[in-house]
Design a protein around this ligand. Structure first.
Ligand code: PHE
Length: 354
């Protein structure tokens, strides 16, 4: 048999192997120390110079071809093995999850979730609005006309309006979303509005950007008693305190009449605040019956409809619930702080699980 016949036989053999073991056996058979090629090389010694030269060349070419074929077949087998492995592999969904989470949920986000969840159970839906508001939505519609002293209750950031247009503001509270909602929907309305708010104020208890949750209920028979019971249920749920000690104090807001502020009692032992009992009081929210003028400004007939509203600061509630003492920590973007006060995403429980 000539070497060129051998060539086809050998490459066919190589291409038909199915395992690395078979391939290795063939390699030894042809290229190994005592294999076919080295044997043939040895025989060259007995040939004439001419024959030696041409046969030697042929043998070298064959050797090279075998080496290359083996290399290619090796890659082919390895790929086939890998594909087979992937095909057979199945994921065991009963294995425990890897709980080494990388990031944390910020306490403000967590507190917002807490609040939304409680009001969700009371059938409120969530509305949102833009951070940049018109003067009308933030002030005038809410019964705070320009040059009214009540504007000074809230140090406002103004945003220059377009030419010949009035200036916009960074909303100083979430109340403008009351206006937006009343202008676009007919009562009954039952909403809460979480969101960012801004006032030009900065010290250890104020930051220029902060968060509020607003509540608004408008229907034909909402009363102050409904407002009070709603807020009491909310705060008991929020702080997980059944015998919560609280009080309503008369107050003033241009957009509610009558208006009140709600305080919860607390004690401080060893620098730790305990909510719900004791003789000290902390203000936690503002509220009242929607001023009929506001309903009118939003095209709702105050002869037919009435409502109540409330607004609370998320930072204050978050600090009280989670024992955070310096408000500025909430916005310092300090990873260590967040590691300590933040929440693991998988720890967020729905209320029914608590
Ligand atoms: N908007 C008020 C504030 O930011 C809070 C509030 C809302 C009071 C709704 C009464 C009713 O101070």
């Amino acid at each position: 048999m000539s070497l060129s016949d051998d060539k086809h036989k050998i490459t066919d053999q190589i291409n038909q192997t199915n395992s690395l073991k078979e391939l290795e056996e063939l390699r030894l058979e042809y290229l190994g120390k005592k294999g076919f090629i080295p044997n043939e090389m040895k025989l060259l010694g007995s040939l004439s110079i001419e024959e030696k030269k041409s046969k030697g060349q042929e043998l070298n070419q064959l050797k090279q071809l075998i080496e290359e074929s083996i290399k290619e077949q090796k890659i082919y087998i390895e790929n086939a093995d890998l594909n087979q492995k992937i095909k057979n592999e199945n994921i065991d969904i009963t294995l425990p999850a890897n709980l080494n989470s990388k990031g944390k949920i910020h306490p403000i986000t967590q507190t917002t979730f807490d609040i939304i969840e409680i009001f969700g159970h009371l059938n409120y839906s969530v509305e949102t609005g833009p951070d940049i508001e018109t003067d009308f939505n933030n002030f005038s519609a809410l019964n705070i006309p320009s040059h009214h002293p009540a504007r000074e209750m809230q140090d406002t950031f103004y945003v220059e309006g377009k030419k010949n247009e009035e200036n916009n503001v960074l909303r100083t509270h979430t109340s403008p979303v009351q206006v937006r909602t009343m202008l676009k929907t007919k009562p009954p309305i039952k909403i809460i509005v979480p969101g960012r708010t801004y006032r030009s104020d900065s010290d250890s208890t104020h930051t220029p950007m902060f968060h509020q949750v607003e509540g608004l209920v408008v229907n034909k028979n909402a009363t102050m008693a409904d407002l009070k019971s709603t807020l009491i249920v909310f705060l008991k749920e929020f702080f997980h305190v059944e015998d919560l000690k609280y009080r309503f104090r008369p107050s003033y807001f241009p957009f509610t009449e009558p208006s009140a502020e709600m305080d919860v009692a607390y004690t401080k032992k060893n620098n730790v605040i305990k909510i719900g009992e004791g003789d000290e009081w902390l203000e936690v929210l503002g509220c009242g019956m929607v001023n009929p003028k506001v309903l009118e400004n939003c095209n709702i007939d105050p002869q037919i409809y009435q409502g109540f509203a409330f607004g609370m600061g998320i930072e204050r509630l978050s600090m009280l619930k989670y024992g955070i003492t310096d408000m500025r920590g909430l916005f310092d973007v300090n990873y260590k702080w967040l590691e300590h006060f933040g929440f693991n995403a998988l720890d967020i429980k729905t209320r029914s699980e608590i």
